[in-house]
Design a protein around this ligand. Structure first.
Ligand code: C5P
Length: 226
């Protein structure tokens, strides 16, 4: 097992960088620029298909890595995917919850074997995200995440009222990470106020002329709340 898996998520700035660039040089450059200002870096298909999964161990030198593969399969396939992700040095994985309790339990069990964490998507953050993930469905998924001993859920910063409702469902034990701040219009302060532990920020940081300045702005916005 990689040592990176032992990393415990600690909230310092409240920011997770969504690193959806597609080449290794930019990925490493941007992450090193903002290191210290982010608590974790989230990678997904764009970067991993562009560079390979070995990017995870390179990035984990700067911050714990969350693999956003929105895993959604039968338990056996889920386990095989999770094993690759944690062996590669990721500290957490994002999975779908609509696949049901057995799939979710298998992901959590596999993550535990590696000292890793599971975040469950309760609702997507884009405009169409609440088409199928209606209020009730999102809440049911959040409740299932809690029952399955997931580490946290993913809830939309574009709908802070939903973050608040989902926080009420899961109580204080699970973490909430919220994408949709910046490029998709969500506000970091409103999202944290609604009950999120971390905001996930992608384009508005990695496309900025100065990513470090941009990350600093978000950090200050969150700090003002305390
Ligand atoms: O660039 P932007 O800040 O909009 O990035 C948001 C990130 O969060 C993207 O990586 C997107 O895939 C991801 N995400 C999301 N909504 C979810 C889950 C993940 O926007 N529910």
């Amino acid at each position: 097992n990689s040592n990176a898996n032992a990393t415990v998520f600690q909230r310092k700035t409240g920011i997770i960088l969504a690193l959806d660039v597609t080449d290794e040089a930019s990925a490493l450059e941007i992450t090193s620029e903002v290191s210290g200002l982010i608590d974790a870096v989230k990678i997904g298909y764009p970067l991993v298909l562009g560079t390979g999964l070995q990017i995870a161990s390179k990035l984990s030198k700067y911050a714990p890595v969350i693999a956003d593969f929105k895993v959604a399969d039968i338990p056996n396939t889920d386990r095989l995917i999770c094993e690759h992700v944690f062996k590669a040095g990721c500290a957490a994985i994002i999975v779908q919850g609509f696949t049901g309790p057995d799939s979710l339990t298998e992901c959590v069990k596999t993550a535990d074997e590696f000292g890793g964490k599971v975040f469950v998507v309760s609702e997507m953050s884009h405009p169409g995200g609440d088409h199928f993930f209606t209020d009730d469905v999102s809440k049911e998924i959040a409740a299932l995440a809690k029952k399955s001993d997931a580490f946290g859920i993913v809830a939309p910063a574009t709908r802070p009222e939903r973050v608040k409702e989902l926080r009420a469902v899961i109580g204080g034990d699970l973490k909430i990470i919220s994408p949709g701040v910046g490029a998709q219009g969500g506000s970091a302060a409103d999202t944290i106020k609604a009950g999120a532990d971390w905001v996930i920020v992608g384009r508005s940081i990695y496309n900025a002329e100065n990513p470090r300045d941009e990350a600093m702005k978000v950090k200050v916005e969150i700090e003002k709340l305390i």
